[in-house]
Design a protein around this ligand. Structure first.
Ligand code: PHE
Length: 455
């Protein structure tokens, strides 16, 4: 068995919780959740999303942390170690290749491009240019960014460089310190923004929109989008939580930590909703305007509110911080693997992984202008530009397939007593409920997502 007892560990429970929550909370909560809620009709989507966090997200999160801590290595080697212990095939380790190499670097590639726009918007907001913005001004400002490849490439590079730097410094020195300081700042800024937004915007309209469900709006598509949002937001299926689990001391309760992580992640998404929708309604903006919700419509709100330059800048700083604590967790699984297998040190591994993501991400940058009409798989009848394709492959293929395989592996291959031992739970009760969910409910539900996603 490939196992090492000298692997560094989180120094205590709090830095681990900060790191895991930092990974989960990102563009997925603050940029993606509001626009998905807006596109899918509000409260009914929100309710179903929360239900899936509990029924699918939480069981898979527990499974990932358990495999990581049991295997104690990179996601790939951890899965192999656990498979070996249960007399199963080491080939299950391929879930790790798919997730951490394909998924992690694939997601980092376009995630950092969007995070780059966030960095660009910090400057835009701070410069006061949003003052008096109309919808047309806001669209024009975004188009101006889209039109400039060098500017987008520059911010994309800056974001990747920061990610590589933090990951390169290593688990204790880099990740732990970064998240311990950044996470509390993030929560503070988000609460401030939500407070401001609720005090000055259409608080009741937002409350009604997000929490008073109109179930006639529930379609199969809405349900599937809600499941996808749960995966994306909890950082599942890309090896992240397996990698973070590998640094977990034995004394920490996995199921309790996972519950805390899921609650914090969902809480932040809901707070983000409460920060954004009162403004959306106060300024008569369209909640369903799609992925452009933040970039196109918030500048109008920031341009009209008093002190908007400061609040706008704070908001985009907050989003950038949230994105960095997520991006480091996308790179970590691949780096742990390169370090272990390819005889590279941590710095080389981080630069190599970040470099790959940077190069792939450049294609997403070019997609905003020169390559807008380039559809790589058009000859197969797939009319998507590179950005859409990259996003589709990660979110609609690698994530559900990775989570499905992991649920099957943990539910059907790993010995029950191994799981019980690692979770520190007696037979029955919480363990029995979790095991039924991971063995039966999750695979069935994920297969349904996958089929509809591909249809
Ligand atoms: N959960 C992160 C977010 O909400 C994205 C992420 C997905 C990070 C998968 C790591 C792994 O932005």
């Amino acid at each position: 068995m490939e196992k090492s007892d000298v692997r560094p560990q989180w120094s205590s429970r709090m830095p681990f919780i900060f790191a895991a929550v930092g990974s989960a909370v990102g563009l997925g909560n603050i940029w993606r959740f509001p626009y998905m809620a807006g596109e899918n009709g509000g409260a009914a989507f929100v309710l179903i999303y929360v239900a899936f966090v509990v029924l699918i997200g939480l069981p898979v999160l527990i499974a990932e942390l358990t495999i990581g801590r049991r295997g104690r290595m990179s996601p790939i080697t951890s899965i192999r170690n656990v498979a070996e212990e249960s007399n199963s095939s080491k080939r299950w380790g391929w879930i790790g290749h798919l997730s951490s190499l394909g998924g992690g670097l694939g997601l980092l590639a376009f995630y950092s491009v969007i995070a780059g726009w966030v960095l660009a918007y910090i400057i835009k907001a701070g410069s006061g240019m949003f003052l008096g913005f109309t919808a047309a001004d806001s669209a024009a400002a975004l188009d101006e960014l889209y039109a400039s490849t060098p500017v987008m490439a520059f911010w994309h590079f800056v974001f990747i460089a920061v990610t590589v730097y933090i990951v390169g410094k290593g688990i204790n020195a880099g990740l732990e310190k970064a998240v311990t300081y950044l996470m509390p700042v993030l929560f503070l800024l988000l609460l401030m923004l939500a407070g401001y937004s609720m005090a000055t915007g259409e608080f009741l309209a937002a409350l009604h929109y997000l929490f008073a469900p109109d179930f006639s709006k529930l379609t199969g598509e809405v349900v599937l989008n809600a499941v996808g949002q749960a995966f994306f937001s909890l950082s599942l299926a890309l090896g992240t939580m397996v990698a973070y689990g590998a640094y977990l001391p034995k004394s920490i309760s996995i199921h309790r930590s996972a519950t805390l992580i899921a609650a914090a992640d969902t809480g932040v998404a809901l707070i983000a909703g409460m920060a954004i929708f009162p403004l959306v309604f106060a300024y008569g903006l369209n909640p369903g305007s799609g992925p452009d919700l933040i970039f196109k419509t918030l500048p109008i709100a920031f341009g009209q509110m008093p002190g908007g330059a400061i609040f706008g800048m704070l908001f985009f700083i907050l989003l950038a911080i949230a994105a960095v604590t997520s991006s480091i967790s996308m790179l970590e699984p691949a780096v742990a693997y390169f370090e272990e297998r390819q005889d590279m040190n941590r710095w080389k591994s981080a630069i190599f992984g970040g470099g790959i993501a940077f190069l792939i991400g450049l294609l997403t940058v070019f997609t905003q202008n020169d390559l807008a009409e380039f559809h790589p798989l058009a000859s197969f009848g797939i009319e998507m530009d590179f950005f859409q394709l990259n996003n589709f492959i990660v979110s609609n293929l690698i994530m559900p397939i990775g989570a499905l395989l992991l649920a099957i592996f943990v539910g059907w291959q790993v010995k029950r007593n191994v799981l019980r031992d690692e979770l520190g739970l007696p037979e029955g009760g919480i363990f029995a409920i979790w095991h039924v969910l991971i063995k039966f409910f999750c695979p069935v539900a994920i297969i349904a997502i996958l089929i509809s996603g591909l249809a």
